[in-house]
Design a protein around this ligand. Structure first.
Ligand code: NCW
Length: 476
């Protein structure tokens, strides 16, 4: 993609790297932390690709000062990280005690960021539900309980940290929680209709119920923030959604429709509801009564419950009608074009190829449809085979540099040539880390982590991004 030397980033543009608590912290039994659903799940045989779990991860709970030094060295403006619910409330519930050690830990970290001039960007929920809530009442499946407990947890965090934290994300990627956790059963809590995978679960109903409850929990937390905290704390709050661009496989009308249907299931499910106040009609067409609905009073709370569009995006899918994968709206995904060429370079993650034009198209689609400022809260690339080569080769991560060259220029084009209001960009991730069901094999970091020594090594992609943001910064 051609570079645009004259184009700068808008004033006050935020950038920094992103992580999530369970993927980096380790120290799962330290300072009275309660268990999360990922603790035991990741310890079960066969649940992660390399049989390893999150007990140590990048050891960031202990090494947080090192991570902070890295962020400072990288010159970021902001850092996106998540809080572990079960460190704050070990048993999770509204009547369970708050853990002062959890509060103290994140206070120290937040203060450390601020002392170094780094703006905290805080995610409340990045997939690590307290295990006690799952055991007590079925976790995300139990609407009345989980909405109240999540809202209470959010409130505890606003009270504890909101004097200093002005950027809040309620939930990270609810699609993944619902579909991967309760549909395909590959993420905690691993429920699925596939009895080889899960002793219980119903993939035809549970994902849609869980998604519905997550939206409501998010919306209630936002309502509390806006009514009780925002007037004095003056922060912004919203949800962040995963979603990749969907391109018709060819220009037949059925495949043009298929691409829109894919977007309805992957993005519209959460984005139409939260930002526009309805569920995509195509979802109801496919799912019928299995798709829950909100009462008019609930829709009042849900509609408009995000101050911005939080976007996590990685790739583009070519979409063909006629599939039978209900989680994808009965649309087939492929990266192979009709002429047999690939969309772009393949990542380690099977679902990811490097195609920056799709990123620009998605930014345009989202801005036109939802008319909100866009914060790109995740974007990144897992280099194929990066765990199989020596460190000195892995840090020369040309494929990741290529990916970020493409996406940063695509973003700049979307801002300047297409008029899209993008206000933040957080590459995923600061560090290689525990990549959920992929264990530690798949690496997304701009910093290489040697898991034997926990030593961190900046990769070329970190250097590229640091330079790029320096070059494109608007002088205040
Ligand atoms: S797995 C995933 N990710 C990665 C993860 O590290 C991060 O925590 C997430 O926010 C990188 O960004 C997100 N996303 C799932 C993408 C869809 C995968 C579809 C798999 C089908 C079985």
């Amino acid at each position: 993609m051609a570079s645009l030397p004259d184009h700068k980033l808008p004033k006050d543009f935020l950038w920094g790297f992103a992580t999530a608590a369970f993927q980096i912290e380790g120290s799962t039994d330290v300072d009275d932390r309660g268990k999360s659903i990922w603790d035991d799940f990741s310890r079960l045989p066969g649940k992660t690709a390399d049989g390893r779990n999150g007990d140590v991860a990048t050891d960031s709970y202990r090494l947080w000062k090192e991570d902070l030094a890295l962020l400072k060295q990288y010159g970021v403006k902001s850092y996106r990280f998540s809080i572990s619910w079960s460190r704050i409330i070990p048993l999770g519930g509204r009547n369970d005690p708050v853990n002062p050690k959890g509060i103290e830990y994140y206070n120290g970290f937040i203060n450390g960021l601020l002392e170094n001039g780094i703006i905290p960007f805080l995610t409340l929920y990045h997939w690590d539900l307290p295990q006690a809530l799952h055991d007590r009442y079925g976790g995300w499946l139990n609407k009345d309980e989980v909405v109240k407990d999540y809202t209470n947890y959010a409130k505890v965090c606003f009270e504890a940290f909101g004097d200093r934290v002005k950027h809040w994300l309620t939930i990270n990627e609810p699609w993944c929680v619902a579909i991967l956790g309760y549909g395909r059963g590959v993420f905690a809590p691993g429920r699925s209709s596939d009895r080889q995978r899960s002793p219980e679960g119903n993939s035809s109903t549970e994902p849609w119920i869980v998604g519905h409850h997550i939206i409501l929990a998010h919306a209630h937390a936002v309502k509390v923030y806006r009514e009780q905290f925002k007037p004095t704390q003056k922060g912004q709050i919203g949800i962040t959604l995963n979603g990749d661009w969907a391109m018709p496989y060819d220009d037949t009308p059925e495949n043009i429709d298929a691409a829109q249907h894919a977007l309805d299931f992957a993005i519209g499910w959460y984005a139409d509801s939260v930002h526009l106040g309805f569920y995509p009609p195509y979802m109801r067409e496919v799912l019928g009564d299995r798709m829950p609905d909100f009462t008019p009073e609930e829709w009042e709370i849900v509609k408009g419950s995000s101050d911005f569009y939080g976007m996590n995006t990685y790739t583009t899918n070519l979409c063909r009608a006629g599939g039978d994968d209900e989680f994808q709206g009965n649309v087939d995904y492929t990266f192979t074009r009709p002429d047999e060429t690939q969309l772009g370079p393949q990542a380690q993650s099977p679902w990811l190829q490097d195609y920056p034009q799709g990123f620009r198209a998605l930014l345009n689609y989202i801005y036109k449809r939802y008319k909100l400022p866009i914060l790109v809260t995740e974007n990144g690339f897992s280099v194929k085979g990066e765990s199989d080569i020596p460190i000195d080769e892995a840090v020369k991560d040309d494929a990741r540099v290529h990916y970020f060259q493409g996406t940063t220029e695509a973003m700049l084009s979307a801002i300047h040539e297409d008029g899209v209001d993008v206000q933040a960009y957080f590459p995923w991730s600061l560090l290689d880390n525990f990549e959920w069901a992929d264990g530690y094999i798949t690496r997304f970091g701009v910093t290489y982590v040697d898991y034997e020594t926990q030593k961190r090594y900046p990769k070329d992609s970190a250097k590229f991004l640091i330079e790029w943001f320096k070059e494109h910064e608007t002088i205040p």
